[in-house]
Write a protein that binds this ligand. Sequence first.
Ligand code: ACO
Length: 170
Amino acid sequence: MAPATSELLFPREIIPVSIQQRLGPDLEIRPLASSDHSRGHFELLSVLSQAPALTKEHYEAQFASMKACLNTYYTVVFVNKATDQLVAVGSIFVERKFLRGGGIVGHIEDIAVSKSMQGRKLGLHLINALEEIGRNTGCYKIILDCSKENIPFYEKCGFTHKEYEMVMYL
Ligand code: ACO
């Protein structure tokens, strides 16, 4: 059953209508819902990394803390309408800066398209949706980290290679 509006992470209207038109009638694009734990969210994320499922309670608490940060977290999903399962997911979160005249930077994170649906431009449509959300929320740039293997994909989505990533695991 489709989630109620109150379950969504952010208002549906923030997602550009043009992306739904590109997906066709079998798939729906919408914001992540607090009930998506049961629609294969973790199975989907496992194409990206090890993704042990959170308990339902932990998932809902994490979701609630994201939703409480107004105008910050935008996680978008593509849903197979026939199975009511997620087939693609990706996020952009918004960082407010003191630099750049109080500018806003969008960070794209955790992009995953289910294995059986890869190669059908869903990744491209997903990035296009996140890009539009970034544009409409006032971001002056969008950045992301990816593996060397995924550079051609992001180049096809309009990104260019810049800088290096550093990490410290805690
Ligand atoms: N290498 C080279 N080209 C690629 C690759 C790749 N790894 N992946 C896609 N492309 C190309 C496609 O051939 C296509 O090119 P075309 O327009 O000339 O035909 C174009 O990029 C768009 O491809 P899509 O069909 O939209 O790609 P897909 O739906 O398969 O999504 C994605 C790509 C997201 C990388 C998917 O394969 C996936 O989920 N992989 C596993 C998880 C992953 O690596 N996620 C990204 C992590 S980085 C991050 O999250 C910020």
